[in-house]
Design a protein around this ligand. Structure first.
Ligand code: PLP
Length: 382
């Protein structure tokens, strides 16, 4: 077998001018030219609506299911196209059960979309949101494993923490959750596309990801996958397009209680969004062409270099064994992170601030020179 060629910088696929060092995919992934062109062609279809036929409402979305299934190694039937991560998490919350006093585990300082859904469920159903404190050494996996017990009903976690990329070993957490009969819900928004995720290995009940960050797709959609036992649940909406025989337009008012197969019942209304769907197809094709493993090893080399630079400046990062390949928090010590972020932006270097750290999030359009520019600017700002 030949060794796959190592991925090189993909900067030419994007519109990143010289002088812009964009290290902020965790905030918002840029669109490539290919994705913009696909979205533009999709939008232009409505210049001539008479050319849009019933199949156009379904074919692209089916292709999206198929492509996303390949990204996460799952069957396309379990994929739904939804509106946002919050929407997918609300579907999970609606369809999972908790006992009286049952516990829903979440990580400390979790992104709000993956907190409010559970806070509301706990309030309505007499459950408890059990927040796992941030471990000082960045080892979320042990912290989560230690907390799962017979009172745990739902474990709602991410593959890596959105603030600093510290990882959680979801295969181990999933196995332990299954031992106690708890469901595993994963918010993959900060990992899917850049960190390998294998549904067959991790076996989540629900996986949800917004597509506008690491999948480099437009803003305004998310993807959900759920395991077969959750595919007969309750959707959030009463849309026509999720119903059985929705493709038969002349008989739409023969109202039907049955849904389309698999997770299609959870699709958001107006799933067929003619600008979004082709752009999302192009973005998923792009990820598959690079391969998530390719993206992971490409970005790992950059975060490794970021860690080295940070340590040489006496700044703290999480230990290597708990860091993700693509997202890294650099603690600034006494320096004011907001002032530092502004100074970096003035030098054309874009990162986010989360707490007392800057969050650096490289993707395939970055290279070692970007990392060096970040630290040159950081050294003068500190
Ligand atoms: C971990 C995580 N989940 C979800 C989101 C986005 O959520 P939503 O799609 O509900 O806006 C973000 C955005 O920063 C995030 O970091």
């Amino acid at each position: 077998m030949s060794t796959p060629e190592r991925l090189g910088s993909q900067r030419d696929c994007f519109d990143l001018p010289d002088g812009v060092t964009y290290l902020n995919a965790a905030y918002m992934g840029p669109l490539s030219h290919a994705v913009v062109n696909a979205g533009r062609s999709g939008l232009e279809r409505k210049l001539h609506p008479w050319t849009i036929g019933p199949d156009d409402f379904f074919d692209g979305v089916e292709h999206v299911r198929n492509l996303f299934g390949q990204v996460i190694n799952a069957d396309p039937d379990g994929v739904a196209l939804v509106a946002a991560a919050s929407y997918g998490l609300a579907i999970a919350a609606r369809n999972l059960t908790i006992d009286d006093g049952g516990r829903i585990l979440v990580l400390d300082a979790e992104f709000p979309s993956n907190y409010y859904a559970w806070a509301d469920k706990a309030l309505r159903e007499d459950g408890i949101v059990d927040t796992i404190a941030r471990p000082a050494d960045g080892n979320w996996t042990d912290a989560v494993l230690e907390r799962i017990d017979d009172h745990t009903n739902i474990v709602a976690v991410s593959h890596c923490h959105w603030t600093d990329g510290t990882t959680c070993d979801l295969a181990r957490v999933g196995a332990r959750a299954r031992e106690v009969g708890a469901a595993l819900v994963v918010d993959g928004t900060q990992s899917i596309g850049a960190m390998p995720f294998d549904v067959a290995e991790i076996r989540p009940d629900f996986l949800v990801t917004a597509v506008y960050k690491w999948l480099l797709a437009p803003y305004g959609a998310a993807l959900l996958w759920c395991s077969p036992e959750h595919r007969d649940g309750e959707p959030l909406e009463y849309s026509w397009i999720t119903r059985d025989q929705a493709e038969d337009f002349p008989t739409l008012v023969d109202y039907r209680t049955a849904y389309r197969a698999g997770a299609r019942r959870y699709d958001v209304g107006q799933t067929s969004n003619f600008a979004m769907v082709p752009a999302l197809e192009a973005a998923l094709e792009q990820t598959l062409a690079w391969s998530v493993d390719g993206v992971a090893s490409y970005t790992a080399a950059l975060t490794g270099r970021i860690a080295e630079h940070a340590e040489s400046l006496g700044l703290e990062v999480a230990p290597a064994e708990h860091r993700s390949n693509h997202l890294i928090g650099v603690r600034l010590g006494e320096a004011d992170p907001v002032r530092i972020q502004q100074a970096l932006a003035a030098a054309g270097v874009y990162v986010s601030v989360r707490g007392d750290s800057i969050r650096v999030a490289p993707h395939v359009y970055n290279d070692e020179a970007d990392v060096d520019r970040l630290f040159e600017a950081l050294r003068s700002a500190l």
